[in-house]
Design a protein around this ligand. Structure first.
Ligand code: NDP
Length: 397
């Protein structure tokens, strides 16, 4: 059906590459490009399909991207590099007539600030160019938005309360490691918390609010209220929502390490002078922490991510919980990567599949919940992320 260009050959990029290769009826030609070409070549070797091509690109530079896109001529780019590259890749798409999909919203390097405004500003240009841009198509954001759209379509007249709950109950046997890019991960977690209630955003101190939530097949885990980017689009696209929150589990060991990292200044994102060389402490820390791509082999346990929703149907209050549990070992056996990369990469592939099949194809810039959730939900079951429902159960929230 179409040619796809994947940008980024990290944990998520590796999973995307495996999954597009498994769906060769849809993805008829595949190219993987990243800053370090040898990583793309290693991914191709692991997949064992020599027809997949690789290329080098620094996606911070629009001109390099334009040259690559003109050579490759993909129908869609799956951007699984870092959030810093979203805007340059979107610019290059507009210059070359290529459609776009990503899994994380744009962040400027010098401030850890998460909002869609930068990318939503491209709406008119994508619309006028007749190109589709699909934003935030990983798990959360991504499946969390599709789950919400599915609930709205099939179970509620009015969604009133939305809690996205993200538990990683895995054990990688390292004292401290992050499950995706450490720099992006630590920037996110050390921010103030924020949630939406009655039309307003309420700010909390970082990790100030937490409570035990019970996850299926896992049990109770201490869950912390964080700000997460999909809250911004979901409360706009489902205006009946009165309160929207996001919760993520952390173990005490992880939080102790994080506190030390912050207290000693290693989470700083400004430049410091070290022996005449300018370094960013958090980037240096990334260089010494375990690479998330190497965690898979000894990773045990599973993730459980879902949406807990309360709202009205035919004038009566109902609850709905939809979730997926993903085993780190099963993900590793299939793709060589752990569950967090897997749960992000599979939905990115499905989003691109939805586009190439013409189901999620409409000029403009869209968040995933603005498309029909049904064909996406069907693919989740087929592509390794089956979901389960609890209807009118206790949400604990
Ligand atoms: P990694 O750090 O493992 O991989 C990032 C890849 O992007 C690397 O191959 C890196 O190349 C490449 N890259 C970085 N900068 C550039 C550049 N300027 N030009 C070209 N390539 C570049 O990250 P992950 O795979 O863990 O995460 C990928 C994305 O997925 C991130 O944006 C992250 O925020 C997002 N994510 C989304 C989730 C969701 O559920 N929505 C969950 C988890 C992650 P090099 O190897 O040379 O550094």
């Amino acid at each position: 059906m179409g040619k796809v260009l994947i940008i980024g050959a990290g944990g998520v990029g590796t999973v995307v590459a495996h999954k597009v290769a498994q769906n060769s009826d849809v993805f008829t030609e595949i190219v993987i490009a990243s800053r370090t070409k040898s990583k793309c070549d290693a991914v191709v070797k692991a997949i064992g399909n020599p027809n997949i091509k690789t290329a080098q690109v620094d996606a911070d530079h629009v001109d390099e991207l334009v040259t690559l896109f003109n050579n490759v001529k993909p129908e869609i780019v799956i951007n699984v590099a870092l959030p810093y590259q979203d805007l340059t890749i979107m610019e290059a798409c507009l210059k070359t007539g290529v459609n776009y999909l990503d899994t994380a919203n744009y962040e400027p390097k010098d401030i850890a600030h998460f909002e869609y405004s930068w990318q939503w500003a491209y709406r008119q240009r994508f619309e006028e160019a007749g190109l589709t841009a699909i934003l935030g198509c990983g798990f959360d954001p991504g499946v969390s938005g599709v789950y919400t759209a599915y609930a709205a379509k099939h179970y509620f007249d009015e969604i009133q309360y939305l809690d996205i709950v993200d538990c990683n109950a895995g054990n990688h046997h390292k004292a401290f490691a992050t499950n995706f890019n450490p720099e992006i991960n630590i920037r996110e977690i050390t921010q103030n918390g924020r949630y939406y209630e009655n039309g307003q955003w309420i700010t909390t101190k970082p990790l100030e609010i937490h409570k035990d939530l019970t996850y299926p097949n896992i049990g109770p885990r201490d869950s912390y209220l964080l700000y997460h980017e999909e809250l911004e689009s979901l409360v706009k696209n489902f205006p009946t929502i009165k309160r929207a929150r996001f919760w993520m589990t952390f173990g005490q060991e992880y939080l102790t390490h994080l506190r030390v990292i912050q207290n000693i200044g290693m989470a700083r994102i400004d430049e410091v002078d070290y022996n005449g060389v300018k370094i960013v402490p958090l980037q240096f820390l990334k260089a010494v922490l375990p690479n998330p791509q190497d965690l898979g082999e000894n990773y045990e346990g599973e993730t459980s991510i879902g949406c807990r929703i309360r709202g009205l149907k035919d004038g009566k209050e109902h609850t709905y919980y939809v979730y997926n549990n993903c085993s780190h070992q099963a993900a590793y056996k299939e793709t060589g990567m752990q569950g967090v990369s897997y749960t992000t990469g599979v939905p990115a592939m499905i989003g691109a599949m939805m586009f190439l099949k013409g189901i999620w194809k409409k000029p403009g810039v869209w968040n995933v919940e603005e498309f029909d959730p049904d064909p996406f939900m069907e693919q989740l079951n087929k592509q390794g992320l089956p979901w389960h429902e609890v209807i009118d159960g206790d949400l604990e929230l």
